[in-house]
Write a protein that binds this ligand. Structure first.
Ligand SMILES: *Cc1c(COP(=O)(O)O)cnc(C)c1O
Ligand SMILES: [Zn+2]
Length: 414
């Protein structure tokens, strides 16, 4: 890989050759894949990109840490739509709002971007088996992307994982271990198993290539906005790999001169589990918290990528916002009704954060904001029904329909 220099520890600065099975630094720090931007600049231009037909994350190969002859992974990951949400922007009293619907990825979450990268690197490593522990989406995306590539998966999920995600795992043929405990407990068991059997490791924050996959969401947003940089990009945060990837992608584009400034990040967490935001807000090191939110994908009490995430938020002069489960459910309803976008609770937490910051007057009235919806609502229908209610249920009878409309105060339009 001519365009990749090495993996560099974010804690102690030690560098490692960028082999496919790279994990963490001997000091325990997380590695950051470092590029030769001068070389990339000499081979990659906006015109090269514009002429390219590929509509997956692999259209950004020049900025991705894979060998030139590593094949694209089979599923179409990435190139999700970026909608301008005019109605919602008006309601929130903000200049412009865009919604990036990453729930439209093949297994319905942004995690597909990291899992496709994991599959590409596992192939380079000659591995036949990949494993991970996950709150749910990393698992289902890995199982799907690996199935399409003919690789076997061992997946560890906490027993609270919603049925939709477990159904995906079973459908994709993963060997699934549902761990009776927290995400922390799940992670520990997966780590021991991976050490024991030497599987390819797709654990967030251990494998440094994953956030390189996730950064493609930033590359896409910027290309879709024709390189016009928004003021803010809002995203939900659990382990912190996603926001770190988002920031990496933006910095890459800045380094090669595709954009001329950087947006501020909005880090959205759940009030019941916000260790990273709390660290930013108090200026103290992060402390573990309970995993107390219905937004299961970001119920991460012990964030695995705290260093990179905190750095991303600080470097971008970012904002933090913590939202209650009630505010998350309200955002789910609001996005559905104003945009036709169906997000899972963690998927809409960024939007809930934008709404709250608008209400608190913390965003400029003419600001341009991108809100990333990170996962699809069909993964967790029980919570959606709780947020948005049950339908009118009656026998097939016109009189009863009229009665039900009257009872619900529905004035029928013609
Ligand atoms: C994993 C996930 C996140 C958060 O990503 P982290 O890397 O854990 O911070 C947000 N939303 C959804 C839907 C996710 O699956
Ligand atoms: Zn180190």
């Amino acid at each position: 890989m001519k365009h990749v220099l090495y993996g560099k520890c974010v804690k102690c600065g030690k560098t490692y050759a960028a082999t496919p099975d790279l994990t963490t630094c001997e000091c325990g720090g997380i590695l950051d894949i470092t590029y030769d931007y001068d070389y990339i600049k000499s081979t990659f231009t906006k015109d090269t990109l514009a002429a390219r037909h590929s509509n997956s994350m692999w259209r950004y190969r020049e900025l991705l840490p894979v060998e030139p002859d590593t094949p694209d992974t089979p599923l179409r990951v990435g190139w999700s739509p970026l909608y301008e949400a005019e109605n919602l922007a008006r309601q929130l009293g903000i200049g412009k709002l865009y919604v990036k619907d990453d729930g439209l990825n093949p297994t319905a979450s942004l995690k597909d971007r990291a899992s496709a990268m994991a599959v590409a690197k596992a192939r380079e490593a000659g591995a036949k088996v990949i494993a991970c522990s996950s709150t749910g989406n990393a698992a289902s995306s890995l199982a799907g992307n690996a199935a399409a590539a003919g690789l076997k998966t061992y997946i560890f999920v906490p027993s609270r994982a919603p049925k939709g995600k477990v159904a995906q795992l079973m459908t994709f043929g993963a060997t699934v271990i549902s761990v009776q405990g927290s995400y922390e407990d799940t992670f520990e068991l997966s780590k021991q198993a991976i050490d024991r059997w030497g599987w390819y490791n797709r654990n967030a924050a251990i494998n440094p290539y994953l956030s390189e996959g996730k950064k493609t969401v930033a590359l896409e947003i910027m290309e879709q906005l024709n390189w016009q940089v928004p003021d803010y990009i809002a995203i939900s945060v659990g382990d912190g790999c996603t926001i770190a990837g988002l920031w990496k992608g933006l910095k890459d584009l800045y380094a090669i001169g595709f954009i001329d400034r950087l947006p501020r990040l909005i880090s959205a967490q759940a009030e019941g589990c916000c260790p990273l935001n709390r660290a930013i807000e108090t200026g103290e090191p992060w402390h573990p918290m309970e995993e107390n939110t219905l937004a299961d994908s970001i119920a991460v009490g012990v964030p695995r990528n705290a260093d990179k995430a905190l750095m991303a938020i600080r470097e971008s002069d970012g904002l933090t916002v913590n939202v209650s489960d009630k505010e998350i459910m309200a955002a789910q309803k609001l996005l559905g009704r104003t945009c036709g976008v169906f997000g899972e609770p963690a998927g809409v937490t960024g939007t809930a954060g934008v709404k709250k910051l608008c209400e608190q007057g913390k965003l400029e009235k003419d600001a341009t904001v991108v809100s990333v919806v990170t996962g699809n609502g069909l993964k967790d229908v029980a919570n959606a029904i709780q947020a948005c209610g049950e339908p009118i249920s009656i026998p097939s009878d016109m009189e009863l329909l009229l009665k039900a409309f009257a009872e619900h105060g529905i004035v029928v339009e013609e």
